[in-house]
Ligand binder design. Structure first.
Ligand SMILES: [Zn+2]
Length: 824
């Protein structure tokens, strides 16, 4: 009894003293919140401190960034709920059908994500204030609500910004827009280490931050997700309701509840006399954002945009002659965060029941997507589905599935093999399945912030049918790969196919081990098998000096699951023999790429990531600012990423590149950088411009002012899928069929080459999904997507559509590998 009294009094003593003593962020950090940019490590320290000292908070690490900073989240609720948190979480997942069992009454779950864009740096500061406020003043709301706070989704980007700002800022801070502290240098703090925009990566999950976060997201599946951002310094604040277009899969409840949260935010903003706007600029379509992704996973997805971002520092004078300070920005983000938690708590039951309804999926138009194709491509798609914990199954062999054919763009069918993948909408995440696979995006407006098409069968290069019948669940057993090549010391060589990104990965590994590899420019047959052009040939005679040649090749092939065909002789049944001039040595190309001022940091990052994390092959990044001083002759290939090179590359640089190519080098130019070379002396590619209608040019402009945006979008092509014709006899297209679905990202299109090779192109425009403005559409006629031309002893490769865009257009990557290794 005595012990019990002691325990109870100790409890109260601890409880009250802990709460009395908890330090605010300012007290803990040693400076007033908003008077400095906190380093990420300091923010982590504060969250750790709170979790150690408050029974209302647990704090967890869910991963590590490329630069080794921790990725973290805090779970905040009442002490009772925290003590029962695992049961609450499981009960919540039972509402969705993701976990089996009968759910009991649910709690609201709100997830607040801060600072996905590193230089939108006020929100991480606001996360500390929000945490402190929730546990010291808002315990009542926490009785039926769990709040998850990720204080910094992008720590590498945020520290890049904060460290830079802390270095250059004046004391006191300078509010003049001209001051150096308001001009971030290239590449800025917005993206992550590999310069990816993490607010475009939720779905493709190519980056370690996203991959780590999704594991936790899937465990929680919140009712509400807020993504905190910042926008231009002159736009005060944005919150949902979002702008059109909305994807039409979004439910009336989701629309309505967004508006209700928005109105609650507005109430507090009006009270303080803070300006804001809603229903503009930020639409809900592209599924890879921090608002749409949660929305398609059943949540209310909110984007909050504060004026500020990398421009504003601790304080800046806006065009309205007001000083926007970091303290203001923190207060605004704090207010919307708290207002959102309030709405969750006040409507917890409604949120729970509507959430549960969302996962029923009875009214999905398509029930099954059936996909056939190359095993590597199927495997890549499965890997993506696994990251989102979307289920799939394997078909029974020899079944005929009818429906909309993605390849034919009309009704058709496919016959299943034992590899056919079935993905059904009749599962908890059925909404997301439909968004990802539907052949044509259902958008109800055409002015959008981002790409308007992403259908996965095209992105992964698979034959697919969308069926209104449910074929799912028939066969879930996995086929296991049983590739196990064995050494044949007598072999004249080994042959390996060239079909998917796995093949260049294998090639790169061989090259790094000094194995010499050839490829055939023509189809051939050997040992009773047919091989397409591009197939790799690894001969004994090329590798005489290599100890353990057979062992190295076989082990590497096993590691990459490549099936080798042993050739006993270089004499093939048909096609060129191994010693033929048509069987070319690949060599060990030395590759350079441009980075820095003028280049698109996003595209540079995509290429950087591709070499380091996918291909695993060395590349040297060269800054545009000293490009003219380096010796290009020590390289075989120069990659010029997307960019605006008008200022960054002058005539001297262009002449240097031309000399390099003429002497036998190869230049690969991508996206907008094609436009920089188009029309320049020596480059035959030319932009397709719409002929100005003479009558129009001379007649008065009677377009009403209010229609100016509508008028402008006629020239837009924000991102759509087009069908191109492929010359797969050209090395740039080895491994492809004679058609390729390309992601078109810009309205800048280029005419078919008169000199050189048009490798993927359109004569008639064929847009299979997504929006292209009527004027932009005209430029697609007779346009080229991938082309190559000879210049002197070297070669120029034009990639008008960026095949590495956000790393998600899986089927484009082999074109890029071909440009590196196959095109001579
Ligand atoms: Zn942002």
């Amino acid at each position: 009894m005595k012990n019990k009294i002691l325990a109870v009094s100790l409890f109260f003593l601890t409880f009250f003293s802990v709460h009395a003593q908890l330090k605010s962020p300012s007290d803990f950090l040693g400076y007033e919140l908003g008077s400095q940019f906190s380093r990420h490590a300091d923010v982590v320290d504060y969250f750790e401190y709170i979790a150690e000292n408050s029974p209302l908070v647990t704090y967890h690490t869910y991963g590590k960034t490329n630069e080794r900073r921790p990725l973290t989240y805090a779970v905040i609720s009442t002490e009772e709920n925290i003590g029962n948190i695992e049961e609450i979480r499981k009960n919540h997942l039972r509402q969705t059908g993701i976990l089996d069992g009968t759910p009991t009454t649910d709690k609201a779950i709100v997830w607040l994500s801060y600072n996905v864009h590193g230089n939108e740096a006020s929100s991480t500061e606001a996360s500390m204030k929000t945490l402190y406020n929730l546990i010291t003043e808002k315990q009542d709301w926490l009785k039926n609500t769990i709040v998850i706070i990720d204080p910094c989704v992008n720590p590498d980007g945020r520290d890049r910004y904060a460290n830079w700002y802390n270095q250059v800022k004046q004391t006191p801070f300078n509010t003049s827009q001209d001051a150096a502290e308001h001009y971030e240098p290239w590449p800025g703090g917005r993206p992550n280490h590999y310069l990816y925009d993490l607010n475009r990566d939720w779905l493709w999950a190519t980056q370690v931050e996203t991959r780590s976060r999704l594991k936790i997201y899937n465990q929680w599946m919140p009712h509400i997700h807020v993504d905190f951002h910042e926008q231009g310094i002159n736009n005060p604040y944005y919150f949902a309701p979002a702008a059109e277009p909305f994807h039409d899969i979004i439910t009336p409840f989701q629309r309505d509840f967004q508006t209700r949260i928005g109105k609650n935010n507005a109430k507090y903003f009006d009270k303080e006399g803070w300006l804001f706007f809603t229903k503009e600029s930020f639409d809900l379509l592209y599924p890879s954002y921090g608002d749409t992704y949660p929305t398609y996973m059943g949540a209310i997805g909110m984007t909050y945009e504060q004026a500020g971002h990398g421009r504003s520092g601790l304080g800046i004078e806006t065009d309205q002659e007001q000083t926007l300070t970091l303290k203001d920005r923190i207060n605004h983000h704090f207010t919307t965060g708290i207002s959102t938690v309030e709405m969750a708590s006040k409507n917890a039951e409604e949120l729970a029941s509507e959430f549960s309804n969302y996962f029923e999926n009875t009214d999905r138009k398509y029930k099954t997507f059936a996909l056939n194709g190359n095993k590597d491509k199927i495997d890549a798609l499965k890997e993506l589905l696994d990251r989102h914990e979307i289920k799939y199954s394997r078909a029974n062999k020899g079944e005929r599935i009818s429906g909309y054919s993605f390849t034919e763009n009309k009704d058709g069918s496919l016959t299943t093999t034992d590899q056919t993948l079935l993905v059904s909408t009749q599962q908890p995440k059925g909404h997301m399945v439909e968004v990802l696979f539907e052949p044509k995006t259902k958008l109800n407006d055409s002015v959008t912030y981002d790409i308007t098409a992403w259908s996965l069968p095209y992105a992964y290069g698979l034959n697919a049918v969308a069926s209104t019948r449910d074929y799912s669940g028939k066969n879930t057993t996995e086929t296991t790969s049983n590739i196990s090549n064995v050494v044949d010391a007598e072999a004249a060589g080994y042959i390996s196919k060239w079909n998917s990104l796995k093949d260049p990965e294998f090639l790169a590994a061989l090259l790094k081990k000094d194995v010499k590899v050839r490829f055939s420019e023509l189809p051939f047959s050997s040992e009773g098998k047919k091989f397409d052009a591009g197939s790799l040939i690894i001969t004994k005679s090329d590798n005489k000096n290599l100890e353990d040649f057979n062992k190295t090749v076989v082990e590497t092939a096993n590691e990459f699951e490549r099936e080798l065909t042993v050739a006993n002789t270089s004499f093939v049944t048909s096609g060129p023999d191994f010693g033929s001039p048509d069987v070319k040595l690949i060599g060990n190309p030395k590759i350079a790429m441009l980075r820095g001022e003028g280049t698109s940091s996003l595209n540079y990052g995509e290429i950087w990531y591709f070499f380091e994390q996918e291909l695993h092959y060395p590349v040297t990044a060269i800054g545009t600012e000293y490009f003219n001083r380096i010796d290009l002759n020590s390289y075989d290939i120069l990659i010029v990423p997307e960019g605006y090179y008008g200022n960054a590359l002058g005539n001297a640089s262009v002449n240097k590149i031309k000399d390099f190519v003429q002497a036998g080098g190869k230049m690969i130019t991508i996206g907008r950088s094609v436009g920089y070379f188009a029309g320049q002396d020596g480059f035959s590619i030319k932009e397709n411009k719409v002929e100005e209608n003479k009558d129009n040019a001379n007649s008065p402009n009677l377009t009403p002012y209010s229609m100016r945006t509508r008028e402008r979008i006629k020239g837009n092509s924000p991102g759509s899928i087009v069908k191109t014709t492929v010359d797969n006899t050209h090395p740039l297209a080895f491994g492809y069929d004679n058609a390729y679905f390309s992601l078109k990202l810009s309205s800048s299109n280029y005419g078919l080459l008169n000199n050189g090779y048009n490798v993927a192109y359109m004569q008639e425009p064929k847009v299979v999904s997504g929006f292209v403005g009527s004027e932009a559409y005209k430029t697609l006629e007779n346009s080229v997507v991938f082309a190559q031309e000879n210049m002197g002893r070297g070669s120029v490769i034009y990639m008008v559509d960026n095949p590495l865009f956000r790393s998600f257009w899986q089927n484009g990557k082999l074109f890029f590998a071909n440009a590196l290794f196959m095109v001579k």
